[in-house]
Design a protein around this ligand. Structure first.
Ligand code: ATP
Ligand code: MG
Length: 237
């Protein structure tokens, strides 16, 4: 088995652990439904979508929810590597008809947390993700889990996340600190709102806790709600 790439001690005292608890509490506060599907996306690559998706999924699994993390980033699948899993075939084959759901799901990558990985695909990805088969697959998965977390491609790369927001209850928008331009943020926001997405809020990721901007050593992240996100966009005009 390959090495696991993430996981802070989520029950520990680190700022990241604390931020994850805040994120979990905020979403539970905003959306009172017991069961939900959450899409995680961002404007551009490498802002930390897969990191946040996996750790948010973990944080809810830790408090007893039955959670499934689905890798819908067929263009750059990474969810499996967070858990040290090398064989990452799953969603792509289900949608193309070569695998059934039960065989594709990797059970208990952590306690209460299952994973539906995917293979890499380059062609017709958007079409595949908006197919009837995908819609019925999501319904099936939503019946079996309390929480389905969907990892996606960045919105500047593809409309996938906006399409997937239609089969979800809400979206976590990840923003890598100091990584995106106003134009990119506006574009991503526009794509989500024209899809009618319900934005739970924005996670500002890769914030250096020392306050001196981006730092490689002490990544942490903070949560801001939708209102702050709107103000942020306005102030930059
Ligand atoms: N808060 C964080 N603390 C520590 N490392 C982080 C954090 N956020 C992201 N990383 C690391 O930064 C890199 C990029 O993150 P990740 O793969 O989650 O980004 P992504 O938005 O999913 O990228 P892509 O667009 O390629 O899918 C990874 O190596 C990840 O482990
Ligand atoms: Mg990713």
């Amino acid at each position: 088995m390959a090495e696991r790439k993430l996981f802070f001690k989520l029950d520990g005292q680190s700022p990241v652990a604390e931020s994850l608890r805040v994120l979990r509490t905020n979403i539970n506060f905003i959306d009172e439904n017991e069961k939900r599907t959450v899409v995680v996306t961002s404007a551009i690559p490498k802002e930390g979508k897969s990191f946040i998706a996996a750790n948010y999924a973990m944080s809810e699994a830790m408090v007893g929810k039955k959670v499934l993390l689905v890798d819908c980033d067929l263009r750059r699948p990474r969810a499996h590597s967070s858990f040290g899993i090398e064989d990452h075939h799953g969603l792509g084959e289900i949608l193309l008809g070569g695998k059934n759901v039960e065989d594709a799901i990797v059970k208990e990558v952590e306690k209460n947390l299952d994973l539906l990985p995917t293979k890499h695909m380059e062609h017709n990805v958007t079409e595949i993700l908006q197919s009837k088969k995908m819609v019925s697959l999501m319904k099936e998965l939503q019946e079996s889990y309390d929480l389905v977390v969907v990892d996606t491609a960045p919105l500047m790369v593809a409309t996938d996340a906006a399409i997937l927001s239609k089969v979800s209850d809400g979206v976590i928008f990840v923003n890598g600190y100091d990584m995106t331009s106003k134009k990119e943020l506006m574009y991503a926001k526009e794509m989500l709102s024209s899809a009618g997405a319900n934005l739970y809020g924005m996670v500002v990721n890769k914030v250096d806790n020392s306050g001196y901007g981006y730092g490689y050593k002490s990544h942490g992240y903070y949560n801001y709600n939708y209102k702050y996100y709107q103000d942020y966009i306005k102030e930059d005009k």
